[in-house]
Write a protein that binds this ligand. Structure first.
Ligand SMILES: Nc1ncnc2c1ncn2[C@@H]1O[C@H](COP(=O)(O)OP(=O)(O)OP(=O)(O)O)[C@@H](O)[C@H]1O
Ligand SMILES: [Mg+2]
Length: 495
């Protein structure tokens, strides 16, 4: 057996009632290696990680060796003790506790200490942050920190426990470009110290920037492991998806019928003097560096973050929007970027989640839900969004992350708004399904919906935006015609 492997998983299978999520998977991670685990939504990545972290038990016949020790079974505590630390997409931190408490938490649980010793807690936290070269105030409440900082706290917590393998399940979906860069330099630093990283992401450019080797899952099966030098984008995608994927560039349309107008919208510290017009059936792309004020602007239009001054005019009428309910009544919907924390009720079924926003549409005059109308609606969205498995009464928590994203998208699209604002629509969606989502947005716009798409992914903006609004430090830098537009022209305005 190879000496240099920190982790060997062999013949791992996992059966859930009615679903064989993993079939004879192999995975080996070397000491000090950055290893990418990739595959489409529902391929089994998170399930494999949860077996490693002791959340799920594998089917009979699995062999797992961690740091030279054969594991008969793995409980969450075994996994921690063997040096495995998993950072889930929601970080599983405690928002109401301080930074220091969050970092020291695990070591306290492990030692079964109940009494909080502040001195020790602070000391543990300080040395973990120092290892990462970070300065974050120890006494700050976690929820006061930016998402990026929270992520770093999660990494610091992993280090406290002398993690030898840090697993990150889609860690960059909420980070800006600059934050991703600093996360990567931390990861490289950890690698220098001999720590292994297992990295899950749908962003291929990031994976190529950081990974030594790639293991690919397809439909619960192991496709293989490849060195970075053996792969390029096309090869990787065809191994992962089994077919060729092309971003379709939609033909840009000439816009004639203005429907929604934003006039001189300002909010101190967020954005200033924003004016633009949206046309019927238009897709307007909004881009700019993260922090340019894009999401704040969208939230202002939707009433989540009301502006200080300015006007919104829909079909000639001035709107009063101080809360999301008002926006929805006027026919404006907003799909947030952090959909999984804001958009989904995990304990409810897929069907209930999709119908939540449209209860009126599917209810009788007496307010009773009409089963048949509900089923029809849900079936339609399962098909449009290719949600898998296509079982309407599946509990949402049992869906893969990307399929949960699709449910939340469906939920808001079902409201059939006049104006739809969608923030990073393909965040967490695999490369094979991105094109489907683009097509869906295009179809909706053809039917007359006016859509604002906020995205950092320039190829996405170029593929679907009839026009592109570029924001820079809270202001409009330019509104560009999508015809023959290039990434360079957009970047020039954004910087
Ligand atoms: N607790 C569960 N009960 C039933 N089925 C489950 C459960 N957890 C996961 N599954 C199923 O197992 C399969 C693999 O899901 P998993 O979450 O591992 O996918 P993934 O590769 O992480 O996808 P994504 O990129 O969308 O996050 C999916 O079909 C999912 O619905
Ligand atoms: Mg997942």
């Amino acid at each position: 057996m190879a000496q240099n492997m920190f982790l060997r998983m062999h013949n791992v299978s996992k059966t859930f009632p009615g679903v064989k999520a993993l079939k004879n998977i192999d995975l080996e991670v070397e000491y000090g290696e950055i290893h990418a685990l990739i595959g489409e939504n529902g391929a089994g990545k998170s399930t494999l990680i949860k077996i490693l972290s002791g959340v799920y038990q594998p089917d009979e016949g699995a062999e797992i060796i961690i740091d030279g020790v054969v594991q008969k079974t793995i409980t969450p505590l075994d996994s921690l003790k063997r040096g495995i630390a998993v950072i889930y997409q929601d970080f599983s931190l405690f928002p109401n506790l301080s930074v220091a408490e969050n970092i020291a938490m695990v070591s306290r649980v492990e030692k079964r200490k109940k009494i909080v010793n502040w001195r020790e807690t602070n000391q543990i936290a300080r040395s973990a942050l120092a290892k990462l070269g970070l300065k974050i105030p120890l006494s700050k409440t976690l929820s006061e920190l930016s998402v990026a900082k929270q992520q770093l706290v999660a990494i610091a917590r992993a280090l406290v426990n002398d993690a030898k393998l840090i697993v990150m399940d889609e860690p960059t979906s909420a980070l800006s470009r600059g934050e991703v860069e600093s996360l990567f330099s931390i990861i490289r630093n950890l690698k220098e110290q001999g720590i292994s990283i297992l990295f899950i992401s749908h962003k291929l450019d990031e994976l190529f920037a950081i990974s030594d080797r790639f293991s690919i899952l397809r439909d619960g099966k192991y496709v293989g492991t490849f060195g970075e030098d053996e792969l390029d984008d096309d090869r990787l995608i065809s191994l992962m998806v089994g077919r060729k994927i092309e971003y379709k560039i939609f033909e840009k349309r000439t816009l004639v019928d203005p429907i929604f107008e934003v006039r001189n919208l300002s909010k101190a510290g967020n954005f200033k003097d924003i004016s633009f017009t949206l046309h019927r059936g238009e897709i307007l792309g909004i881009t700019g560096l993260v922090g340019a004020g894009r999401s704040e602007l969208a939230q202002a239009i939707f009433g989540l973050n009301p502006s200080d001054s300015g006007e919104l005019i829909l079909e000639g009428k001035r709107l009063q929007v101080n809360a999301p309910e008002q926006a929805v009544q006027h026919g404006i919907s907003y799909i947030p970027e952090n959909r999984l924390t804001e958009g989904l009720i995990l304990k409810k079924t897929m069907s209930d989640n999709i119908c939540l926003t449209v209860l009126k549409q599917i209810s009788s005059r007496h307010g009773l839900i009409e089963k048949e109308a509900q089923n029809k609606l849900v079936e339609k969205w399962i098909e449009e969004m290719h949600i898998r498995p296509n079982i309407p009464n599946m509990i949402a928590s049992k869906l893969s992350g990307g399929n949960q994203q699709r449910v939340v998208l469906s939920k808001w699209l079902a409201t059939d708004p006049k104006v739809l604002i969608v923030d990073e629509p393909t965040n967490g969606i695999d490369i094979g399904a991105k094109a489907d989502i683009h097509q869906l947005l295009r179809d909706l716009s053809e039917q007359g919906m006016s859509i604002i798409v906020i995205s950092s992914e320039l190829p996405e903006i170029l593929a679907i935006g009839d026009r592109v609004l570029v924001m820079r430090r809270g202001k409009i830098a330019a509104i560009l015609d999508g015809k023959n537009l290039t990434q360079e022209e957009i970047m020039k305005e954004a910087l």
